[in-house]
Design a protein. Structure first.
Length: 278
């Protein structure tokens, strides 16, 4: 009996990604078709074969596949149990369309670092509220894809730009609750997304999204100890919802918001059992 089809698709709130598509197919065969976006594919189970520009290629678990826009391709499973895949459809603003020809010639990318970065990006995209993290991860993925297509792959030189890093920190400090997109920050600071991420990490030892989350958690701690209810704190500190707030708060502080709020001396006194006077 064939395994059931599993499909999950959504449009994230991350500029540059038109669609996220996760699927498990046992015997589906894709006919020749095209997309108007770049198709970034990783296979988690099984193996896929496809034709691109009259050449046959394979997509096993160990590689990243980049299919260019407007170029017909098909696809089907090589393995008897089908395949499980994750796909990002990147709009054409993410990769120069002049590189389509190079992508046609070399759609299969043997790059464990890139494979890991794409995996991390998928994990982040599945968590609503972590859009700044997803934007940062996408910038690094895009940089490495361009490196492959331009034959400039290698370890990027350390980026040191204290002025940009500190100006980005000031921007984040000024937008703790409402947040700011990486694109908007890059526009205001007149630099590139990837340069922002690398410069900030080199200067402060953490990614911009980690800094923003830590600032939000600090604000949440003060509000909780001031008596505000946890659901209200989540909204007041810029988190997507209560679950998003609780997950990040516990990761940073080591305990849940509710338990943290109940640890103060006043709470312990009010919960202590009363004794009868003699």
């Amino acid at each position: 009996m064939a395994a059931p089809v599993e499909v999950t698709a959504w449009r994230p709130r991350v500029e540059g990604i038109d669609e996220v598509f996760h699927a498990r197919f046992a015997d589906h065969v894709y006919p020749m078709h095209t997309h108007d976006s770049w198709t970034l594919l990783v296979v988690d189970e099984g193996m896929v074969r496809y034709d691109l520009d009259h050449h046959e290629h394979g997509a096993p678990r160990s590689v990243v596949t980049l299919l260019p826009p407007h170029v017909p391709h098909n696809g089907d499973a090589v393995t008897p149990d089908g395949f499980r895949k994750r796909v990002l459809y990147l709009n054409t603003g993410q990769i120069d369309v002049d590189l389509i020809g190079r992508a046609v010639d070399r759609p299969v990318l043997h790059d464990p670092r890139l494979r890991h970065r794409v995996h991390q990006l998928h994990l982040t995209l599945a968590r609503p509220g972590d859009e700044l993290e997803a934007q940062s991860r996408l910038a690094l993925v895009r940089e490495r894809l361009a490196g492959h297509l331009l034959d400039r792959l290698g370890t990027p030189p350390p980026v040191r730009d204290r002025r940009v890093a500190r100006e980005l920190r000031e921007l984040l400090d000024g937008h703790v609750v409402e947040g700011i997109t990486l694109r908007e920050a890059a526009r205001r600071l007149h630099t590139h997304h990837t340069h922002l991420v690398r410069a900030f990490g080199r200067e402060f030892g953490m990614a911009p999204h980690q800094y923003l989350t830590s600032r939000r958690v600090d604000l949440a701690r003060r509000l909780l100890l001031g008596g505000m209810r946890a659901p209200d704190v989540a909204a007041a500190t810029g988190f997507y919802d209560q679950s998003h707030f609780s997950r990040h708060f516990k990761r940073v502080v080591g305990t849940s918001p509710g338990r943290y709020a109940r640890t103060g001396p006043a709470c312990r006194r009010s919960s202590a059992p009363r004794t009868n006077a003699a």
